[in-house]
Design a protein around this ligand. Structure first.
Ligand SMILES: *[C@@H]1O[C@H](CO)[C@@H](O)[C@H](O)[C@H]1NC(C)=O
Length: 537
């Protein structure tokens, strides 16, 4: 961490941009005018305007900035930090514009100070603006490297007022977390974390003592990494956190549910043979700490339980995974009843969906009963609490239908069909069927009803008609229809259309190419992703 850092000069394209955009800009420009008109001016012009103000200021002669000008410099910086983040697909130049401009302003203020002008002071706040500017720039690994250099430079400043504080360190840790796809990213963030502890212990920076957030960011970087050693290393970081907490007794360093969840995430992604077992052990450990020792801050939450189910589904045999998922779900239900109200464990739909998904793949006779029992539990819970996060949704319902369709025992098939049908008919009470639901229902018909039976013909037609009305006729539906219907019936149901030329009203709601299981809105994108994966049938 010895790299020295000097703010870069304004690249030539910046000046060019200013020259181009200057035409048509109002004469009497000022920062406050900029700020009051913020929102009224298109983003491009705001940026050009700021660019011009920036260049004006940095071109002035060193040593001549008045107090007013210096404070304007700070204002321009904050204005830059409020410019909208460019979308990822926009040209790189635009992504770099804000942080580069901020860097040049900082550089100019430092020069001013060096020229003997005491009114110019650069503080941690200014540097943090630059760090955050880079962090938001979308400039990828370049941004992460850059913020780390700047952080180092801040720490090298002799003045206390310029040293990095916890916000500065966090900005850099987060920049590396964004790069978790790179094998070395978690190592880089872990190194910063150790450096922070060292700086604090050596008395070189009193503000460098990490808090639980810092540890969590590093843990999450391991949790998102596909590095082979990710779970082991995540565990080590968690142990280090635990030891630091034990030795300092500082509450703000105490490991909590999110810290453990990151370790669970790392195990759940791992391809190591012991992954599922380790994830289960960590979960059991959390439960012991919470329910036996009363440490509610590490009580497993719905995400912990769902993550372990996910790990089991990927590693254990499907039948065992389903059995375990059932046990885990029961633990979660019990936990949600015994936790103190303040720590309320909210059992969300993802948790139930994951468990039902396990049963859909279990391949054991009677699995559909288990899946349906879970859905019933969920419906009861939802109706008693009215909490929207536990509302049964199309993914869970579809998993139950899939578990029915997977029933192989001939003596079970008639009953499995009844359960599938009842589930299919009940779904609209809670959510809308999608094309996977219709395809899966047709599969249930094909697998569970005797060929050439009236019942089969009747339901094939009904389900397909509904599917057309709902605009959900996708490739999967066509493939399943072919299995459920005789060739004659298939042809008549398609009403002369070929698979390639279906009426658009039949297909209007199919999003097979993007992702059919995506929900319109969610506050929890990561979990949403999880839900999508688990809901596959
Ligand atoms: C770090 O410093 C900035 C600027 O003074 C301040 O806004 C921020 O709250 C500080 N962060 C922490 C964690 O103290």
């Amino acid at each position: 961490m010895k790299a020295s850092w000097r703010p870069s000069t304004v690249p030539r394209w910046c000046l060019l941009a200013v020259a181009l955009h200057a035409i048509g800009l109002v004469e009497n420009r000022s920062v406050s005018a900029y700020i009051t008109s913020y929102g009224a001016v298109p983003a491009k012009r705001q940026e050009a305007w700021l660019q011009e103000l920036t260049v004006d200021l940095i071109r002035s002669k060193p040593g001549e900035l008045t107090a007013d000008k210096v404070s304007q410099g700070h204002d321009i910086m904050y204005a830059w930090s409020n410019t909208r983040t460019p979308p990822p697909q926009s040209p790189r130049v635009s992504a770099y514009a804000a942080p580069l401009a901020m860097e040049s302003l900082v550089k100019r203020l430092v020069e001013e100070r060096m020229a003997g002008n005491d009114v110019a002071d650069v503080t941690t706040a200014d540097y943090n603006c630059v760090l955050e500017g880079w962090a938001r720039s979308g400039a990828g690994v370049f941004a992460a490297e850059r913020v780390e250099q700047i952080l180092q430079a801040m720490q090298d400043q002799p003045s206390e007022t310029q040293k990095p504080n916890l916000s500065s360190f966090k900005a850099v840790l987060m920049a590396w977390r964004q790069q978790a796809g790179l094998d070395y990213a978690p190592y880089r963030s872990q190194r910063i974390l150790s450096w922070m502890v060292e700086l604090y212990q050596q008395g070189r920076n009193d503000k460098a003592l990490p808090d639980a957030d810092c540890f969590d960011i590093v843990l999450q970087t391991w949790g998102r990494s596909t590095h082979e050693q990710a779970p082991k290393n995540a565990e080590q970081v968690l142990f280090a956190m635990e030891r630091l907490y034990e030795s300092t007794k500082l509450e703000r360093l105490k490991p909590r549910t999110t810290s453990f969840n990151a370790v669970l995430a790392a195990w759940s992604k791992s391809s190591q043979p012991q992954a599922a077992e380790r994830a289960s052990d960590v979960l059991a450990f959390m439960e012991r700490l919470a329910y036996r020792d009363g440490d509610w801050q590490v009580a497993p939450d719905a995400a912990s339980y769902a993550t372990v189910m996910g790990a089991l589904a990927r590693h254990a045999s499907q039948a065992i995974a389903a059995q375990k998922a059932d046990e885990i779900l029961q633990h979660a239900m019990e936990g949600s009843q015994s936790l103190p109200a303040k720590q309320h464990l909210v059992l969300d739909a993802i948790l139930f969906n994951t468990a039902m998904g396990c049963w859909a793949k279990a391949g054991v006779p009677g699995a559909y009963r288990k899946a349906r029992a879970i859905l019933d539990q969920q419906i009861t819970l939802y109706e008693s609490t009215g909490n929207d996060v536990s509302k049964p949704d199309v993914y869970g319902y579809t998993s139950v239908i899939a578990s029915c369709a997977a029933e192989k025992d001939p003596t079970e098939k008639a009953n499995a069909f009844q359960v599938a049908l009842q589930t299919f008919q009940q779904l609209p009470q809670h959510d809308e069927p999608n094309h996977v639901t219709y395809g899966t229902m047709l599969k249930a018909i094909a697998k569970l009803l005797p060929p050439n039976s009236n019942l089969r013909r009747q339901w094939t037609r009904r389900v397909f008609d509904q599917c057309c009305d709902a605009g959900c006729v996708g490739d999967m539906v066509i493939a399943r229809l072919r299995e459920a219907a005789s060739p004659d019936v298939f042809k008549s149901l398609l009403q002369g259309h070929s698979k390639k030329s279906l009426p658009s009203s039949w297909t209007r709601r199919v999003e097979e190419k993007s992702d059919p299981r995506r929900k319109k809105t969610s506050k929890r994108p990561a979990q949403q992703h999880h839900r999508r994966k688990r809901a596959e049938v």
